[in-house]
Design a protein around this ligand. Structure first.
Ligand code: FPP
Length: 286
């Protein structure tokens, strides 16, 4: 049985968000792009707060992609300052609300104050179990996959990788000790800002994610948009490659028997959905 260093999470959803549209939102108002990012931070705060009231166990937010290094230096520096500020401001709030905050992605290229803010936030919020907030910073999914492929413990021919063990390495780049099975699969991936692409975000973990694209710019995305996205998600028929979802339990080959969310979706009609947990509690009912 896998040992988890952190308290187990509930059996809610893993929602991942590509927070796009900050720059355009600002430009349309004649504001500097940095103001768009500042407004984006405020949105992130509201969405996390709203997530606490929804059946979400893991919320992964794409804050800085490894390709964002290609932006002008002042925008990059500004984003890192904002992130460090957000982390410092957010620690108390996270602690009091039971939010565990961790960061995925490369750390070695981040400025020292940001790295320190990340470590501090991760340590201070380690006991949070209402929701697991993961910020993807200097994150590239393909890089995470390559790093997992290079990890010694599975290149060893005597211990070949399984979907579960490999997925574990992929899902926690930069922070393998932060693993929990709930990170393994994304249930719902939302992208704001009108573009319809994944931009190197959680490619492995989104193998069966439901995708939702909205034209709303991230600074304008609110709790009601999150609720509406979840409503849309609950109306979908997740078949995981099968023909029908009603009868047979669906066990993810990635998660295997040791955890995560071997679920079955007993959803008909769309307004009523039950995700039954198997080994991690009873799931939720709406
Ligand atoms: C996309 O907007 C957003 C980013 C590059 C990520 C930055 C996100 C934030 C600062 C908000 C969330 C922050 C925290 C702390 C969770 P864009 O600049 O690509 O917009 P555009 O496509 O309109 O130019």
């Amino acid at each position: 049985m896998t040992q988890h260093p952190h308290p187990p999470l509930g059996t809610g959803l893993h929602v991942a968000i590509i927070m796009d549209g900050n720059g355009r939102w600002a430009e349309r108002r004649g504001l500097p792009r940095a103001e768009g990012h500042r407004a984006g931070v405020a949105t992130a705060r509201r969405v996390v707060e709203a997530g606490l009231d929804e059946a979400i166990s893991v919320l992964t937010l794409y804050a800085f992609s490894s390709d964002n290094w290609g932006r002008p230096a002042d925008e990059v520096t500004g984003l890192f300052s904002l992130l460090a500020e957000y982390l410092a401001d957010e620690v108390r709030r996270c602690e009091s609300r039971g939010v565990r905050l961790t960061v995925i992605g490369r750390r070695d290229r981040l400025p020292f104050p940001l790295r320190a803010a990340i470590s501090n936030a991760e340590e201070s919020t380690a006991e949070g179990k209402r929701i697991w907030l993961r910020l993807a910073v200097d994150y590239s999914s393909r890089d995470a996959i390559v790093r997992a492929a290079n990890a010694r413990n599975w290149v060893d021919p005597r211990a070949p990788a399984s979907l579960e063990s490999f997925g574990r390495l992929v899902a926690t780049p930069g922070n393998p000790e932060g693993w929990q099975p709930a990170a393994a699969e994304v249930d719902l991936l939302i992208r704001t800002g009108g573009e319809r692409r994944l931009s190197d975000f959680l490619l492995w973990e989104s193998a069966y994610a439901e995708l939702l694209f909205t034209d709303t710019m991230w600074p304008e995305f609110g709790p009601e948009d999150l609720r509406s996205a979840l409503h849309d998600y609950r109306g979908r028929d997740r078949r995981f490659g099968r023909l029908a979802a009603e009868s047979e339990p669906v066990s993810s080959p990635l998660l295997g028997p040791v955890g995560g969310r071997p679920w079955r979706v007993c959803a008909r009609p769309a307004s009523r959905i039950v995700l039954e947990g198997n080994g991690r509690g009873t799931g939720f009912e709406e």
